[in-house]
Design a protein around this ligand. Structure first.
Ligand code: ARG
Length: 483
């Protein structure tokens, strides 16, 4: 196997299928075939599955109870041994994690170790391990997503009265509360939570007991196995069980979507940190300087949130490409699933933690936001709405205000500063009360229908978001250790 370019002597196949082969494996073949450095992460899941499998074999009389006990003890001590290791045991020469566990079991227990694989295949084994790992990691993710939501809610709470310009096409559009911006991303992450829950549900079917492809020849109680391992139930078709990785695809799709949301949030903040905007400033701990330009403070953490989205999204595309042409049932192409899933999960896990950290340390410049929110004709819609209250049909009001805006641009006077006569010259229905109507606070407050940006609606939305957060955090209150 290759570790950073070094080919270690592999025993690929030794003891597993040696009987059929005259020659040992070519080191070059081992370099592409061996997966221990990657699938070592599944060692605890593999051991857990093996303990349940030994018990299931005991239930149907394939193993004696003393053999089940000895295998269980042997596997438990391997679990402790694996926890102790800081790196994959590549010196073992084992092809993959399943081989390592069996190899060590035989070394430690002797012949009884050779009985564990009865009626089982690495095909149902690896699918079981990866599903278990995915379920555990997705549970953890839900907690981490909640942390990002919590930091956004907190930011919204501490900036509740702040108004910034909302944009469409990155052109100033209408004033909105900064907290409303925060809550937009809370909502997106909320749907990501749903996607991860969906991916977890897809993963929660147990392949163990499906053998290589056709099922197992022993009357194993697969429902019992599934329950023991914490699955919702067993996979119902053995060909499907060993060959599909749609649960990986679903998890990667959820990762891609979540990463895309973080990336968009990062992009907003990158724009807002530039001197041209100056709305927000990340704290020094998540920013970097320039080796040449002493004045620079760059939002690198945010840029990396945006940058990582590329590789996370491509992991989903790569998995789809890997799966699309595979004949039933298991094919070795499927081994590629793990590096794609693991690296996407690692990247997104880090991104989520960074996102919570950056948002938590964000300083918002209220006056810069406010100054910008009143410029650029952001009250034009307000003026049109005002004219509607005076009986002008909206289309006519829109046209009149368009001309008022042109006059505002030509004279360089913002709408709320224009003399009433200049407005009336174009929009004759405008009265003396137009001035009090044309404020960004008024514009915000009038958006008081559900989902709008008025203080009251946003305050309610913050409370509701906090409540939801409390319920999400509960089911995952006891995080498990992930190898
Ligand atoms: N390392 C393999 C994988 O990740 C385990 C399954 C091997 N099965 C086989 N028939 N060669 O997919």
């Amino acid at each position: 196997m290759t570790i950073e370019g070094v080919i270690v002597e592999s025993k690929s196949g030794d003891g597993m299928w040696g009987g059929r082969f005259e020659q040992g494996a070519d080191p070059l073949f081992c370099a592409i075939n061996d997966s221990l450095p990657i699938d070592w992460r599944l060692v605890q899941q593999d051991i857990r599955g093996s303990i349940v499998w030994a018990q299931a074999l005991g239930q149907v009389g394939v193993l004696q109870s003393d053999e089940v006990s000895s295998l269980t003890r042997g596997l438990e001590s391997l679990s402790a041994e694996a926890f102790e290791r800081s790196a994959p045991p590549i010196e073992s020469g084992a092809e993959d994690v399943h081989t390592w566990v069996e190899q060590r079991l035989v070394e430690n227990l002797g012949p009884v170790g050779k009985k564990l694989h009865t009626g089982r295949s690495r095909n149902d084994q690896v699918a079981t391990d990866l599903r278990l790992w995915t379920m555990e990691v997705l549970d953890q993710f839900c907690l981490t997503i909640c942390e990002v939501q919590a930091s956004l809610i907190e930011l919204g709470e501490r900036t509740l009265g702040f108004i910034l310009p909302g944009y469409t096409h990155l052109q100033r559009a209408q004033p909105v509360l900064f907290a409303h911006w925060c809550l937009a991303y809370v909502e997106m992450l909320e749907r990501d939570l749903g996607r991860f829950a969906g991916a977890r549900a897809t993963a929660s079917q147990c392949p163990l007991g499906c053998g290589a492809l056709a099922g197992t020849a022993y009357p194993i109680d697969r429902d019992w196995i599934a329950t023991q391992l914490g699955f919702d139930g067993p996979c119902l078709n053995s060909l499907d069980a060993v060959s599909d990785r749609d649960f990986v695809l679903d998890a990667l799709a959820a990762c891609a979507s979540c990463s895309m949301h973080l990336s968009r949030m990062a992009e907003d903040l990158i724009v807002y940190t530039s001197q041209e905007f100056g709305f927000v400033e990340p704290d020094d701990g998540v920013s970097s300087g320039s080796s040449l330009m002493p004045q620079k403070k760059n939002p690198d953490a945010l840029e990396l949130l945006r940058g990582k989205c590329g590789s996370i999204g491509s992991a989903h595309a790569a998995m789809l490409m890997t799966l699309k042409g595979l004949p039933l049932a298991y094919n070795k192409d499927l081994q590629e699933d793990k590096s794609l899933l693991f690296s996407a999960i690692d990247d997104l896990g880090l991104c989520l933690r960074i996102a919570a950290r950056v948002v938590g340390g964000l300083r918002v410049n209220e006056s810069a936001c406010r100054r910008s929110a009143v410029r650029g004709g952001t009250l034009a819609t307000e003026l049109a709405d005002y004219l509607v209250t005076k009986g002008v049909p909206f289309r006519d009001a829109h046209e009149q205000v368009g001309r008022v805006v042109r006059a505002s641009i030509e004279t360089g006077v913002e709408l709320d500063q224009m003399p009433i006569e200049s407005i009336q010259a174009i929009a004759s229905e405008a009265g003396a009360d137009v001035a009090e109507w044309l404020t960004i606070d008024g514009a915000v407050e009038r958006r008081s229908a559900l989902g709008g940006t008025s203080q009251e609606r946003v305050r309610e939305a913050l409370v509701a978001a906090r409540e939801r957060l409390g319920t999400h955090r509960q089911p995952y209150a006891k995080p498990e250790v992930i190898a």
